[in-house]
Design a protein around this ligand. Structure first.
Ligand code: ZN
Length: 156
């Protein structure tokens, strides 16, 4: 890939992040939630609560989140709800490990799951360790919610 198309890609991703931060998808409380978890990133002040409604076939039929925080944390939560709705719980757990590994490992593997391609928009935070926690917060909350953990997920 040449430099120019890399720049174009970066610009596209930046716009995707800003769009999700300004207009979060699935924002709000989910009244019939079967699972929920809070996430806190003290370093940046991001706070969110993630709601899931899992059906009898272990499929996530709906998800919402509420909270406040920086653009990265809100965009990541918005992208998360976008990709997990309709997915089996086991696949959502694989999403959790794939995304957190991609953002934290030095030589991350490419996403094996095409569903996660749009999460590449978060790749830019890899160069900023403090922002990685903003981006992974919602994913830790997802993991906590699926495992019915009572303590809030924290990035510290
Ligand atoms: Zn943040």
């Amino acid at each position: 890939m040449n430099t120019q198309s890399n720049d174009e890609l970066r610009e596209l991703y930046r716009e995707l992040i800003l769009d999700h931060a300004r207009h979060p998808r699935h924002f709000g409380r989910l009244d019939n939630a079967t699972h929920e978890a809070a996430g806190i990133n003290p370093l940046c002040g991001d706070k969110l609560r993630l709601y899931l409604s899992v059906d009898d076939n272990d499929r996530i039929e709906d998800s919402r989140f509420e909270g406040s925080g920086c653009a990265i944390s809100m965009a990541s939560a918005s992208l998360l709800t976008d990709v997990i709705i309709g997915q089996p719980v086991a696949r959502a757990e694989r999403f959790f490990s794939a995304v957190t590994r991609r953002l934290t490992e030095e030589q991350p593997a490419d996403f094996a799951d095409a569903e996660l391609e749009k999460l590449r928009a978060l790749d830019g935070v890899r160069d900023f360790p403090s922002r990685v926690k903003c981006a992974t917060l919602a994913w830790h909350a997802l993991h906590s919610a699926l495992n019915d953990e009572q303590e809030p997920a924290t990035t510290e």
